[in-house]
Design a protein around this ligand. Structure first.
Ligand SMILES: [Fe+2]
Length: 188
């Protein structure tokens, strides 16, 4: 079985009881599949697999600390998937939220490969809404703020990492030849 097929099945089992988390993960994976065409075959598999798995830390079976990138990464490390664990640990600027939650040391146990795969995963997550709809990163930030609240570490972490995240979005858009959207400036 290919890694991406295993990841799809594993994530579906963990996330489908949560409804929309699974719809989001499926859509992030679909977006990642489109981006992955320019990657080496091994990276393609890993990107699509990480896209399916990036939010498994929300599954009750996996959640321990309540910080989903860390919980998902620990689960994958225990299964021996070290590269996937690193990608999930560091998806979408997670270290900013980790700092707010005082979990940065725990997160730093996982390697941040900081690669094109990392960038493509972040791009796919930030352009996919909570039920799998396409949205701009700016709309996504507003949606997160509306769902979690401005004071939540989720929202504050995203805002803290926003300029870095926008650089990543810009890099991926340049690679795929897509002009930035006006809504991609940081909304207030
Ligand atoms: Fe996430």
């Amino acid at each position: 079985m290919e890694l991406s097929d295993w990841a799809e099945n594993h994530a579906r089992r963990l996330l489908s009881p949560l409804g929309r988390r699974w719809r989001h993960a499926e859509a992030v994976a679909s977006q990642a599949r489109d981006l992955a065409t320019g990657l080496a075959p091994e990276d393609w598999e890993v990107l699509v697999a990480a896209a399916y798995l990036h939010d498994i830390g929300y599954a009750p079976e996996v959640a321990v600390t309540g910080f989903h990138p860390l919980d998902g990464a620990r689960h994958l490390r225990a299964l021996g998937h070290h590269r996937l664990a690193g990608l999930v640990a560091h998806h979408t600027g997670a270290r900013h939220e980790a700092r707010l939650r005082r979990l940065e040391k725990a997160l730093a146990e996982f390697e941040n490969e900081d690669s094109l795969v990392t960038a493509a995963l972040t791009y796919s997550d930030l352009t996919t809404g909570p039920i799998g709809e396409r949205m701009s990163p700016g709309e996504r930030l507003l949606d997160v703020a509306a769902r979690y609240g401005e004071d939540s570490p989720v929202t504050r972490g995203l805002r803290a990492g926003w300029s870095e995240l926008m650089d990543i979005i810009g890099q991926v858009e340049a690679l795929i030849g897509q002009a930035p959207q006006p809504a991609d400036v940081q909304p207030r």
